[in-house]
Design a protein around this ligand. Structure first.
Ligand code: KG4
Ligand code: ZN
Length: 352
């Protein structure tokens, strides 16, 4: 079965095409266009601008994905129609204008090609990016139940997945998400958007022992997270220099970036390992944009070994951690439930 996935929940416009045989997913193509250059200058996403760019991108991205996957030119979308069996689309959560671009395109294609349409929760997409690894190990049904940490721009969630589509939230953030913390702290340090990659790059040249930032809720007997206090601590530190009219030197920025990153990772890893121990799961799956962070990936592997946990660890390839269409198609492959296009609408506030 060949599934085409469309993702437009935030600033990316992406179409991915996968082929499912048994439990195995083959990635045929994954085209991603982004309006990041515009948002980078503004220090964050301006929803109206993101949606306008997506309107421009969606058809060229679709055409490129079809041409790449099937190695032929689809200049006319219907003569003959491409060999796609189903369409999957993100219908929430996300920015309303952005979601509508993907949802309306998917509905049109389903109507035009007369093929099933599967609506997908964006967060499920991030989780199922784990099933798309082309070069690493893949989770199998026998790896369930799994504990999942979703760390993205809007979410920091701990879930238990008992079987495909059966997710239960067991913990989450009380305020800012981990990605949001990276983005806001980067802004305080004068680093560009998105903050995660910028902070991890600066941190490579920084000293993570320069200052000890707070690790909120780390020792508490719950599975909650909180990152707004950390952001305030970084703000206060930056203010100390600004009040003395001192410019933040690049070394100071690198040091503060390294310390902030260390604090975020420490909390994420400690609390997640605690959840793994509590819930006797067979595997741990990492997902979401923040999962692309090298130090986070490395720390998880070290900590799992240190605690001698008998838990398989999975994390998507870095390029599949951030928003993309293939992960939406992957989620549909394991949660195949068609909905008539007339009944599908965008849901910006969608939860699990
Ligand atoms: O999952 P995603 O692409 O979009 C959402 O659904 O939110 O995640 C975007 C978030 C941003 O906050 C970005 O700063 C963060 O992921 N991110 C990273 C890294 N790459 C992206 N955070 C830390 N380290 C990275 N390498
Ligand atoms: Zn996302």
């Amino acid at each position: 079965m060949i599934i085409l996935g469309i993702e437009t929940s935030c600033d990316e416009t992406s179409v991915g095409i996968i082929e499912k045989s048994g439990e195995h997913l083959k990635l045929l193509t994954n085209v991603v266009a982004t309006s990041l250059a515009i948002h980078s200058k503004n220090g964050g996403i301006i929803p109206e601008l993101a949606a306008r760019e997506q309107v421009k991108f969606i058809l060229p991205v679709l055409q490129q994905a079809l041409n790449e996957a099937f190695e032929q030119k689809f200049t006319d979308l219907n003569s003959p129609p491409p060999p796609v069996d189903a369409i999957a689309v993100t219908y929430g959560p996300g920015l309303i204008g952005s979601l509508l671009v993907g949802v309306e395109t998917a509905k049109t294609l389903s109507y035009l090609w007369q093929i099933p349409l599967i609506r997908i929760n964006h967060m499920y997409g991030h989780i199922y990016a784990n099933w798309l690894n082309q070069d690493g190990k893949l989770p199998q049904t026998e790896n369930l139940p799994a504990l999942i940490l979703v760390v993205s721009g809007g979410h920091t969630d701990l879930l238990i997945m008992r079987e495909h589509g059966d997710m239960k939230v067991i913990g989450g953030t009380r305020d800012d998400a981990a990605g949001e913390a990276f983005d806001k702290i980067a802004r305080l340090l004068g680093l560009p958007y998105p903050g995660g990659p910028a902070i991890s790059k600066a941190a490579l040249k920084g000293n993570s022992d320069f200052i000890h930032f707070p690790r909120p809720l780390i020792g508490q007997d719950n599975l909650d997270f909180s990152f707004s206090g950390l952001k305030t601590a970084v703000y206060r530190e930056v203010q100390k220099y600004k009040q003395k009219n001192e410019i933040l030197s690049s070394q100071l920025v690198n040091d503060l970036a390294a310390c902030a990153q260390a604090a975020i990772i420490d909390v994420l890893v400690k609390k997640t390992i605690k959840a793994v121990e509590k819930y006797n799961v067979k595997s741990l799956l990492l997902s979401g944009g923040v999962a692309a962070n090298d130090l986070l990936r490395k720390t998880f592997i070290e900590e799992i070994n240190k605690c001698a946990l008998q838990t398989d660890f999975f994390v998507p390839q870095k390029t599949l951690c951030t928003d993309n269409g293939a992960m939406i198609a992957a989620a549909a492959a394991f949660n195949y439930k068609a909905t008539p296009w007339q009944e599908i609408t965008a849901d910006p506030q969608l939860y699990y």
